[in-house]
Design a protein around this ligand. Structure first.
Ligand SMILES: *Cc1c(COP(=O)(O)O)cnc(C)c1O
Length: 411
């Protein structure tokens, strides 16, 4: 069924990767323990699988989920809701909750994720933060490091309300931000201005290491449930965790001033959110192994990859820099054709809301657009980079990339 040469390469790579896989297993065990302890501490029981409808007052399952998130992130408030449509929506709610007219938002990881352009007002939009009088400034990374001098200069010359740090690289070529680097920069910032709010875009980074941003000083942390923490089971949703007053502001922006986190029906999703979180450490570990294997085999085949297989990882995303439009498309077609859902569909580059370039997306997933399931996408612009992430199991991840690799080496 498969090309012998590709199978041989994979087999050889797996032997070389043994020690790296062991490290990933160790982090999986640690985070599994963290999740299990939170379930036990909060006395999860079948009554929490019940649901509310309508206003969603006193939703016991929703409350236990949010208490579990508080334990996992070691913080005092959590908002975990299906009413967040996506990661972008959760980030938008958070930004609009924290910023007021005249305030300044500062990004210190360069330009944020593409879909935030219209939210911030980098791309003109009548509903953007800019249209409400919120200013925006950014400091680019220099050789993948924070520009400490510039951060200090800005913080000592003007009042910044919120600093946004995006850990995962988005559709860029920079490296993702490890928890160690995050800890250092947060300490540095707080020494200059203890009042500035540090907000983290944590998409794709949850459970990749042992610590989460709230454990190293972040004030508020945001992510998507169709990525790492949904464990492949959450059908949608997002989370915001951190300091109580800040998370409450976010809840009042998500629902209404005066009602905040007291409302919001779980509509039957409590069990999915709980079970998804329960699987999440293991699903993240499968995704990481799939990414490491992809990196190793494609590098062995002469392709440019980022990160390299033996580099420390901060997220589950693997880049393959094709420098060739056709290879990018062929690779994505391969991923799609070995997916469990819509395997017979050919992905084609198309215009997507919130993105400037055409984007190709291979995602034969159970949950539409889920990128904790094996998926591969990329904007159609040089240097034609594939952004591959996810896999519910390592075995399915391997099967997906075998097909994708065959597609680009066979003509
Ligand atoms: C995925 C992602 C988002 C949000 O994306 P949605 O598709 O709206 O869920 C934001 N930031 C980063 C870094 C991401 O990877």
């Amino acid at each position: 069924m498969f090309n012998e040469r590709v199978l041989e390469l994979i087999k050889k790579a797996e032997i070389d990767l043994k020690d790296i896989y062991l490290k990933i297993d160790e982090i999986n065990e640690y985070n599994s323990m963290k999740v299990l302890s939170a379930f036990i501490n909060n006395k999860v029981s079948t009554e929490h699988f019940n649901t509310t409808t309508g206003y969603g007052y006193n939703d016991l399952g929703r409350e236990v989920i949010e208490n579990i998130y508080k334990d996992i992130f070691k913080c005092d408030a959590a908002l975990v809701r299906s009413q967040f449509i996506s990661g972008t929506h959760a980030l938008t709610v958070c930004l609009f909750a924290l910023l007021r007219p005249g305030d300044t938002l500062l990004s210190i990881t360069g330009k944020p994720y593409d879909t935030l352009d219209s939210v911030i007002g980098i791309r003109e939009n009548d509903s953007s933060l800019k249209s409400f009088g919120v200013c925006y400034e950014q400091i680019d990374l220099i050789d993948n490091e924070f520009d400490y001098d510039k951060i200090k200069e800005v913080l000592t010359t003007k009042k910044i309300k919120v600093i946004e740090i995006q850990r995962s690289k988005g559709y860029s070529t920079r490296k993702s931000i490890t928890i160690e680097k995050l800890a250092l920069v947060i300490k540095f910032i707080k020494e200059i201005d203890k009042d500035v709010i540090i907000m983290i875009d944590n998409c794709y980074c949850e459970f990749v290491s042992k610590l989460e941003p709230t454990e190293v000083g972040a004030d508020i942390v945001v992510g998507s449930l169709i990525k790492n923490l949904g464990g492949g089971l959450s059908p949608n949703g997002g989370y915001i965790v951190g300091k109580k007053d800040l998370v409450y502001l976010a809840s009042e922006r998500l629902t209404c001033p005066g009602e905040g986190d007291e409302v919001g029906p779980s509509l039957g999703l409590n069990k999915m959110f709980l079970q998804g979180l329960f699987f999440a450490p293991s699903v993240v570990s499968s995704s990481l192994k799939t990414a490491v294997l992809t990196s190793k085999v494609l590098e062995d085949l002469g392709f440019q990859v980022e990160p390299k297989y033996d580099e420390e990882r901060a997220d589950i995303v693997q880049n393959i820099i094709f420098n060739d439009e056709e290879k990018l498309i062929k690779y994505c077609e391969g991923i799609q054709s070995n997916s469990p859902v819509d395997s017979f569909v050919k992905p084609i580059p198309f215009d997507m809301p919130g993105y400037d370039d055409k984007v190709i997306m291979a995602s034969g997933s159970f949950v539409s657009g889920s990128s904790i399931e094996l998926s591969c996408d990329g904007p159609i612009r040089p240097p034609y980079i594939a952004y591959q992430q996810g896999s519910l199991t390592y075995e399915y991840g391997k099967l997906g990339i075998i097909k994708a690799i065959e597609n680009i080496i066979e003509k």
